[in-house]
Write a protein that binds this ligand. Structure first.
Ligand code: FAD
Ligand code: SF4
Length: 469
């Protein structure tokens, strides 16, 4: 009788990641998750079954060879593990912290069928942090450059496209409107989830690959895309300008003082460091009762920032139920542990101001869930006569973001949708020869890794285009 191989014993629980205690972290902006130690990383890596047909890779938009880098961690070969990761992903310390792995690689992990999936993101973060502590190595990339590519926007899409094109041997220049590179990673996601020093370190790596960064360049004003192509010697352009315009609800009283868009609020807190006021001179007004409208990552980040800025009570008001919350699962749990309250199945109908024009109350209406809408989620339907009023001092509106139209309005012949997003084929090619686009400017608000995946695909297509011209 043929001998059957014993089945490997599966360790069902993932190794938990050490975190600051909720009662401590709600009072500071330091990073919440502290990262695995070497021992914890080895124990977690040992949970991976090294599947002959790994399902996890199909869930990764940048196609990281997940079992291979985990095997290298298991063998203690951390330098080789980070090299393997960086073959596909130039921003591993960022992705290890903010990617919604539960919806991507970890969703497909075989171990997840019997227990908790392998913590691929935490392992990614571990090796990226290990490398940063040792000093990042960059292989020589100084071969003569023939073709010149302009990248517009230094968010995850632009940075990824830039890194890949530079590795292919092209001269790459990133034009970024802000005074800092990183896009949402620096102006949106707060320090306690993604320290800015981590973003800086990963951007430094991309600069070391030979990418030139020009900050404070608003394309559409400083130069236009036709100028870059016809007068400034660029052979191709990649647009990765994101979706940075806040959406509003258009309900009465939305212009009252004390009502912020999440964009303005988070830019003040993160980019202009109002949490360190008066050392940084950006004040922010936070009352006792803060309400955040929305249920995505932006709403969670706004609520948790407001709590850290001294609000007594922070409540998220979301028009669907808890099951439909679109934020990362881990961040919902973190927010709840910190004491953020949630009012589900409710939406504002008007804001009520005091005699000085500041918001003092918010009227809401209760919702119930009807049949699914075009997004596949059940549509919230107002319940007649169910209005109620909440006392509020500060309101943060986090209901979505749309593209800034400046590029579209200064680039003749660029096809756009009715939502202002740029039309491309599956490889990021736009309606103009030599012009590619990817990330939130094409899909609308999405995720860091989907923007990176789009940057990667476009870089491949741009390289093929440049090799033919
Ligand atoms: P962006 O990151 O928006 O970068 C675009 C860049 O282009 C910006 O730097 C902008 O200044 C620049 N730019 C714009 N116009 C011009 C111009 N005309 N000229 C020059 N430069 C220009 N996703 C996750 O996966 N996980 C999370 O936890 C998560 N949390 C989030 C929290 C917040 C608060 C927000 C707002 C978003 C979050 N997201 C998260 C979504 C994610 O950050 C975005 O999907 C991603 O950053 C999109 O990348 P991008 O490169 O397309 O655009
Ligand atoms: Fe490891 Fe899970 Fe990928 Fe299998 S599916 S190789 S167990 S991470």
């Amino acid at each position: 009788m043929a001998e059957t191989k014993p089945k490997p014993k599966i360790q069902k629980e993932a190794v938990p990641i050490p975190k600051q205690k909720p009662e401590d972290r709600r009072n500071n902006f330091n990073e919440v998750a502290l990262g695995y130690t070497e021992k914890q990383a080895l124990a977690e890596a040992n949970r991976c079954l090294q599947c002959p047909k790994p399902q996890c890779i199909q869930g990764c938009p940048v196609e990281i060879e997940i079992p291979a880098f985990i095997k290298l961690i298991r063998e203690g070969k951390f330098e080789e593990a980070i090299k393997k990761l960086k073959d596909k992903n130039s921003l591993p310390a960022i992705c290890g912290r903010v990617c919604p792995q539960e919806e991507q690689c970890q969703k497909f992990c075989i171990v997840g069928k019997v227990g908790e999936p392998v913590s691929i993101g935490r392992l990614e973060r571990f090796v990226a942090d290990w490398e940063r502590a040792k000093g990042v190595k960059v292989s020589d990339n100084s071969s003569p450059k023939s073709k010149k590519v302009a990248i517009i926007g230094a968010g995850p899409a632009g940075l990824t496209a830039a890194a890949d094109l530079s590795k292919q041997g092209h001269k790459v220049v990133i034009f970024e409107a802000l005074h800092l590179p990183g896009g949402v990673l620096v102006y949106g996601i707060p320090e306690f989830r993604l320290p800015k020093s981590i973003v800086r370190a990963e951007v430094d790596y991309i600069e070391k690959l030979g990418v030139e960064l020009k900050l404070g360049y608003l394309i559409g004003r400083t130069h236009t895309i036709p100028e870059l192509l016809k007068e400034r010697g660029f052979d191709a352009v990649f647009i990765g300008t994101g979706a940075g315009l806040p959406a509003f609800m258009n309900v009465p009283g939305e212009n009252l003082g004390g009502i912020y868009s999440a964009n303005e609020f988070l830019i003040r807190v993160n980019l202009m460091k109002s949490y360190a006021f008066p050392a940084y001179d950006t004040p922010i007004r936070i009352g006792k009762h803060v309400v955040v409208i929305g249920g995505g990552n932006v709403a969670m980040d706004s609520a948790r920032s407001a709590l850290r800025l001294g609000a007594e009570q922070v409540c998220i008001v979301y028009r669907r139920s808890r099951e439909e919350l679109p934020a990362r699962k881990e961040e919902i749990e973190n927010a709840e542990e910190e004491g953020i309250l949630c009012k589900f199945l409710a939406a504002p109908t008007r804001f009520i101001g005091d005699e000085k024009g500041w918001v003092k109350a918010m009227e809401c209406i209760c919702m119930e869930l009807g049949p699914p809408d075009e997004s596949g989620r059940r549509r919230p339907v107002p319940v007649k006569g169910s209005e109620f009023v909440m006392d509020v001092d500060t309101v943060i509106v986090a209901i979505g973001r749309t593209p800034n139209p400046i590029i579209q309005s200064t680039t003749e012949g660029l096809a756009v949708t009715k939502w202002g997003t740029i039309v491309t084929d599956e490889n990021g090619k736009t309606s103009i020869a030599g012009v590619y686009a990817g990330g939130d400017i094409v899909t609308g608000e999405a995720t860091v890794i989907s923007a990176m995946g789009a940057g990667k695909k476009a870089a491949k297509a741009i390289h093929q285009y440049l090799m033919k011209t």
